[in-house]
Design a protein. Structure first.
Length: 767
């Protein structure tokens, strides 16, 4: 389980709920959950969005990225905007009616309705008899959430029976607790000067519903038999109670202790303690008591802590206590019954063996509640939410294929290409649509951009030469004559970060140079590309990447369109083509028609390259192999549903033969590679199947995909960086934008070619 979760695609989680140092149970829970999750899953960026109940807010830690104002509905909408633009993968909401503004906390709905990512809501209160507003808010939250987390079976039953939520939408995850050893209470008692005392403990923020008066009333009967008992009441008065009522409740407890003659046996610690302090207080307790007055409590962090630390527990039978203390893990006493409470305390103190057996059962039960385990369970729930969101989206198709559109292909819009291009070349990444200088440049992307520029030249675009000269200049500068290889990564200060790039970078650069030489009519471009192609070609034979070979072979094919008689280049083509054929023969089986034991990235480029070689060498076996493997890949990358849309192999694990295929994250370069390969198959075979496959792959950009979301942005001319299980990656980097443009331009060129053929066929014959 840990290995699967470690490779999760959930990389950015936002936790909404109160946060320390605000003093309340939700703040403690949210902080502990967020920090535990961040510790358990170090590859995931965790942020928190707390709700402020005071104008000045709190001195939050750096984890807090955005603060909501409890009673300001606009701040909830602003929070939704913040989460959407920051590419958060999932939101985890901690829900308690009292912490959000509006009727029954309805302001939170304004946030949830605007979110574009999955939502997992933890319910800290589930009412059996809600008023109309409370029911409405809960039902809305349940509808807007992809999954709900509750902390008890009773809460799950209530959600199903009262709020009509399907059982399969609910996960039961226990309240988290710190992971501490099972120790004797005497270990901690000297911290509080009670070394020779029997310690009873109640802790938590004080308010009148805690029932502490019943424990104080029970103390005289306990002290008659066990005079060395001391009762510690730990916790500050709840801030909201203190604001409206002051310390009335605490003072009433102190007066009661005086009236009962036990004031010297009741110790009040009027502080909101840290976790380390709390562990010591609980550790020192012989018996922990929760004497709450109402059964309607569906969870209790204080009880969870005491149980998980192996304390003997006595509690009134509120809903959560009934479930947690079953099977001998604690003792239940009636509500508001000091006599029964005194009897149970005395019985446990009289029977040490019973008390220690209870402690052991409680501690072992609590092992499943420690925070690392709870964090893992939350990750499982997050992954389910993400997967379910993507599955739901797959059934919402309203996409119209190209053949049913009046203007079949989008217009060529180069705004974003120009935005990413400066005097050096094309920048690698963008933050949304803004160039990201910090990531610098790559030869890979400038090679792609050079190919796109040449295709623009073929279509008669006036800016083609200016763009192509910048990208070709970058490739010239990237070439390292000392080793015959291209460098790849350059920072924004124009400093190379390596002496040689990857095999794939070298192959892609050759592809771009070959495209210039085979298609461009510009003599300056041809002259520069010729020298660079000649110097760079030999090193391709030293590479080991099949994709590098394929990229180079496509470039060689373009080169030999113009320079057919170049014997040396033809020999390189034969050598690389033979390598691809040998790979296929070594790995292909009747049900696995592929060149390797896995599918990874730019997959269609392999049959694309082999198809070109089979035609040019010529070698019918190569052509047959290329078409067979390309058709197998096309079938594999087709959704099984009625829509039959293109589904590229995802990058989150790829697809190992015999393993589970990754569905996400889907990348634009896969669609482009498929468009290019299928268009070549159509040109060579005339089979309309391949043209339809090219269109199907291209329509992935336009919204015919798993989420029915357009990757292409018609307002900028850019392309979003990929398809996640629940949303598109809103960044529009060079690779994705160039992949879209290359696919679009190749389809435009085919369209022009077919129109020319049709026009010639309609010309009247000359007698």
């Amino acid at each position: 389980m840990e290995q699967r979760l470690a490779s999760s695609a959930i990389r950015h989680v936002a936790f909404i709920g109160n946060y320390l140092p605000r003093q309340c149970g939700i703040a403690t829970f949210t902080t502990d959950l967020c920090e535990s999750f961040a510790t358990q899953f170090t590859d995931t960026n965790c942020i928190a969005l707390p709700v402020n109940d005071i104008e000045s807010g709190y001195a939050y830690p750096p984890r807090v990225r955005f603060e909501l104002e409890e009673k300001n509905i606009d701040s909830y909408r602003s929070a939704a905007d913040f989460l959407n633009i920051n590419n958060v993968d999932l939101v985890c909401l901690q829900h308690e009616y009292g912490i959000f503004g509006g009727r029954a906390g309805s302001h939170i709905l304004g946030l949830l309705r605007e979110l574009r990512m999955p939502i997992v809501t933890t319910l800290h209160t589930v009412l059996r008899e809600p008023d109309p507003d409370q029911r409405w808010v809960m039902e809305e939250i349940a509808a807007l959430s992809d999954r709900l987390v509750v902390m008890s079976n009773r809460a799950s039953e209530f959600m199903q029976e009262i709020y009509r939520v399907p059982a399969e939408k609910i996960d039961i995850i226990p309240h988290g607790i710190p992971d501490v050893p099972f120790v004797d209470p005497a270990f901690y008692k000297d911290h509080f000067g009670v070394e020779d005392q029997i310690v009873l403990l109640t802790f938590g923020l004080l308010s009148a519903n805690k029932g502490i008066e019943n424990v104080i009333s029970a103390l005289p009967a306990v002290l008659d038999r066990h005079p060395n008992v001391v009762y510690i009441v730990l916790g500050a008065t709840h801030p909201h109670v203190r604001q409206h009522e002051g310390e009335t409740y605490r003072l009433s407890l102190q007066r009661l202790a005086h009236e009962k003659g036990v004031e010297d046996r009741v110790l009040f610690y009027n502080r909101f303690v840290s976790l380390d302090e709390l562990i010591k207080f609980i550790g020192a307790a012989d018996i922990y008591i929760t004497p709450y007055l109402s059964p309607a409590q569906i969870s209790s962090g204080t009880l969870s802590y005491a149980l998980g630390m192996g304390k003997a527990v006595i509690s009134t039978p509120y809903w959560y206590a009934e479930e947690m203390l079953a099977d001998g893990r604690g003792v239940l006493v009636p509500f508001r019954d000091p006599a029964a409470l005194a009897e149970s305390i005395n019985q446990l103190l009289d029977n040490e063996a019973q008390r220690h057996a209870m402690r052991k059962r409680a501690y072992l039960f609590g092992r499943r509640m420690i925070w690392p385990e709870v964090a893992r369970q939350y990750m499982e729930t997050f992954e389910r939410a993400r997967e379910q969101r993507s599955q739901i989206s797959r059934y919402l198709f309203t996409f119209r294929p190209l053949k049913k559109r009046p203007d079949e292909l989008p217009l060529i819009k180069l705004d974003h290409l120009h935005r990413l291009t400066d005097s050096t070349g094309i920048l690698q990444h963008a933050i949304f649509t803004i160039p990201n200088y910090a990531e610098g440049y790559t030869t890979d992307d400038n090679a792609r951009a050079l190919m796109v520029s040449v295709l623009l030249e073929e279509l008669g675009n006036g800016v083609a030469f200016d763009l192509a000269s910048r990208y070709l200049a970058f490739l010239w500068y990237a070439f390292n004559p000392e080793n015959g290889r291209f460098r790849n990564y350059m920072d924004y200060q124009r400093r190379w970060l390596e002496e040689r790039g990857s095999d794939d970078c070298h192959g892609r650069a050759l592809w771009a140079l070959g495209t210039v030489l085979g298609r461009s009519a510009s003599l300056p471009l041809q002259g520069t590309a010729t020298r660079l192609f000649e110097h760079a070609l030999p090193a391709i034979l030293e590479t080991t990447s099949p994709r590098a070979w394929s990229f180079a072979l496509i470039g060689i094919h373009e080169y030999l369109r113009r320079f057919t008689g170049d014997r040396m280049v033809s020999q390189v083509r034969k050598e690389l083509a033979a390598r691809l054929m040998a790979l296929y023969q070594a790995h292909a089986t009747p049900d696995w028609c592929w060149f390797e034991d896995r599918l990874t990235y730019c997959n269609a480029s392999l049959p694309h390259a082999l198809l070109l070689c089979g035609e040019a060498i010529p070698d019918p076996a190569m052509s047959d192999t290329a078409l067979r493997s390309l058709r197998w890949l096309a079938d594999l990358q087709r959704d099984n549903g009625e829509n039959g849309h293109f589904v590229p192999v995802g990058t989150q694990g790829f697809y190992l033969k015999g393993g589970e295929r990754a569905r996400f994250d889907q990348q634009p370069v896969e669609a482009q590679a498929m468009v290019s390969a299928c268009l070549e198959a159509y040109r060579l075979t005339g089979d309309s199947y391949w043209r339809k496959e090219a269109e199907r792959a291209f329509e992935w950009f336009l919204g015919r995909n798993d989420l029915n979301l357009s990757l292409y942005d018609p307002t900028t001319g850019g392309c979003r960086d990929g398809l996640h299980p629940d949303r598109a990656n809103e960044n529009q980097g060079a690779e994705s934008t160039l992949a879209f443009l290359q696919a679009l331009l190749e389809l435009k060129l085919l369209e022009n070619s077919l129109q020319s053929v049709e026009a010639r066929s309609n010309e009247p014959s000359i007698p």
